[in-house]
Design a binder for this molecule. Structure first.
Ligand SMILES: [Fe+2]
Length: 284
């Protein structure tokens, strides 16, 4: 069993790195952590970075998650290979680029690029953005899935991952107490479907709602509250069509007796307040 212990980062190719970074800093509220030739690293918490924007094809999307140590990484590589998954070990240059001590890369059955990292760097200074959106953590991502059942079984059989609820076929999956760390949304292609940042309160969420409206940012869903995690949310679209989410109040699951629930694939399951998603993967 491969034990995930934390989210590490996402890596996003972008057709216009200037536009992506200006959106990340001026609209989303992230801070630039580092800039190199064709990459910019940004963060909203005490990790070294949460997103690395790369001047490259926007279809380049990778999700990094952490395992405990080098031994756990070695075992993960062996277990994945035994399951018939092609695994690539990161070299020194690739580790330096990701600001981690070691990592392996592989694809889930849909073809999402996943990286398992060891000892990712922490930031040496506190997060200090130019726009205070109230962000306190990079918390989860939505992954596209061409077959949610097959992908879910990949994650739950090889990893310490369980589904905590489903909306239609879409599993909301986690490896720790947080209701979901990633979710598998039906799609016709691989890739990261949305990137979530937790904010401190509903006040931050609503302040951002009015701020984003004033900046003519395309709000694609919300403000609303998820039936599944209980989190209040706001989704909006950035450059390269990437959807970003603020949320607050996500359910933490401590109860060992907790049973995952099946919700219908309806707007009401995505939002108990009645907001209707303008997100293709959230619609039938
Ligand atoms: Fe989300």
């Amino acid at each position: 069993m491969i034990e995930l212990i934390d989210m590490t980062y996402v890596r996003l190719g972008t057709a216009d790195i200037k536009a992506a970074v200006s959106f990340a800093t001026e609209i989303l509220g992230l801070q630039i952590a580092h800039e190199e030739d064709n990459r910019v690293y940004v963060r909203g918490d005490d990790r070294d970075h949460n997103i690395c924007y790369i001047d490259d094809d926007p279809s380049l999307n990778a999700l990094g998650m952490e395992v405990k140590d080098i031994g756990a990484l070695d075992s993960a590589a062996t277990e994945l290979a035994a399951a018939g998954i092609a695994v690539k070990r990161g070299n020194q240059k690739e580790c330096a680029d990701r600001r981690v001590t070691d990592f392996i890369a592989f694809c889930d059955p849909t073809g999402n690029q996943i990286e398992l990292t060891v000892r990712p760097f922490k930031a040496t200074r506190r997060y200090f953005p130019t726009r205070d959106a109230g962000i306190n953590e990079f918390s989860h991502v939505g992954l596209r899935s061409t077959d949610a059942k097959i992908d879910e079984s990949f994650w739950t059989s090889l990893f310490n991952v369980r589904a905590n609820d489903w909306i239609g076929p879409a599993g909301l999956l986690s490896f720790d107490k947080v209701h979901h760390r990633f979710a598998l949304f039906p799609s016709d292609r691989p890739g990261i479907q949305h990137i979530n940042f937790q904010v401190d309160s509903i006040d931050d969420l609503m302040r951002s709602y009015y701020y984003l409206c004033g900046k003519q940012v395309h709000i694609v869903f919300g403000p609303g509250r998820h039936a599944t995690s209980g989190a209040m949310f706001l989704y909006f679209e950035g450059p390269d069509g990437m959807v970003y989410e603020y949320s607050t109040g996500v359910r933490l699951i401590d109860d060992p007796e907790y049973r995952p629930r099946q919700f219908p694939f309806t707007p009401e399951a995505f939002c108990v307040w009645g907001a209707v998603p303008d997100i293709p993967e959230f619609k039938d």
